[in-house]
Design a protein around this ligand. Structure first.
Ligand SMILES: [Zn+2]
Length: 296
């Protein structure tokens, strides 16, 4: 069968694997605005590691940065999430993952506002964060979580949460998020290039011609769907599992690293006040005292 997949083998070459453990793999997300060759050069200069990093262009907008020390890798990773030419790109530790889309995770510090104060607890933040991605770190008092966001999916900026039959809308903010599509929430393009048909009702085509146009019209939400999403879910889970294993090994240092850079700098006084205000505002809407909490 000429078209059946070609089976590969793994040689278990530990030398190669060990070398790759000191690599970060990256992927541009917005090909209209980002050129991977320029990105590689720019980032190496920006990090000031010209003499200590080599890079490989892997094609398909993917690239590899090879480091010589774990310290340099950490130094770079704590500067994430990453952007080039005002658009985000993926950059994570290399892992032995076999998938066309790999890599796709961007760890974002995510800030929740609008949650009624009396519902502000670890359980509820976990319920909310868990819907956005794998939660790496949670800071209850700051009201923020480090979440592995799947860059292939649209970002979610609001979400309805319910307590019993009462409902409130929370806002989700992503720290250091650069340009993205304000129509569909994806990182792969900006609004003017959005392929998603706007939800506004389209001008009704006279009934006589409707049949012709209906056949050629792109169905609503067509682009919004993840092709292969169902088939991928298993592999995604496998990836999540692998990320879990890896993050367990690196969580402690990573958390500390991230705190150093994020605390104070990106959560200024004004933002804190706004969060408290948002929470207080959330309380103005009476919520039922029912004990069960569920999220839509
Ligand atoms: Zn869009």
């Amino acid at each position: 069968m000429g078209s059946s997949p070609i089976q590969l083998v793994e040689l278990g070459d530990s030398h190669v694997l060990t070398e790759l453990r000191l690599s970060l793999i990256g992927k541009i997300l917005n090909p209209k605005k980002q050129n991977d060759e320029k990105l590689i050069q720019y980032m190496i200069n920006k990090w000031g590691m010209e003499d200590r990093i080599t890079a490989n262009d892997l094609g398909n907008g993917k690239f590899l940065f090879n480091f010589t020390s774990e310290e340099d890798i950490k130094e770079v990773l704590r500067q994430g999430p990453f952007h080039y030419n005002y658009c985000m790109f993926v950059l994570v530790r290399w892992e032995p993952i076999v998938h066309d889309d790999y890599p796709w995770i961007i760890p974002f510090w995510v800030q929740i506002t609008g949650l009624p104060l009396h519902l502000w607890n670890v359980d509820n933040l976990k319920r909310i964060g868990g819907r956005l991605g794998h939660i790496d770190t949670m800071e209850l008092e700051e009201g923020r979580m480090l979440i592995d966001i799947d860059s292939r999916k649209p970002l979610q900026f609001t979400r309805k949460v319910t307590l019993g039959d009462k409902e409130v809308t929370i806002q989700i903010a992503y720290d250091l998020l650069f340009r993205h599509c304000s129509t569909c929430g994806r990182l792969t393009h900006e609004k003017e290039y959005c392929p998603v048909v706007k939800e506004e009702p389209r001008a009704q085509i006279p009934s006589k011609r409707a049949g012709v146009f209906a056949r050629v019209q792109v169905p609503h939400g067509h682009y919004d769907r993840q092709p292969l999403q169902r088939n991928q879910s298993l592999r995604d889970r496998e990836h999540d599992r692998q990320v879990d294993v890896l993050s367990r090994q690196t969580d402690v240092s990573r958390t500390r690293d991230n705190r150093d850079i994020y605390q104070g700098t990106h959560m200024n006084q004004k933002q804190r006040k706004r969060r408290v205000w948002d929470q207080a505002r959330g309380m103005l809407f009476p919520t039922s005292t029912s004990q069960t909490t569920s999220l839509s």
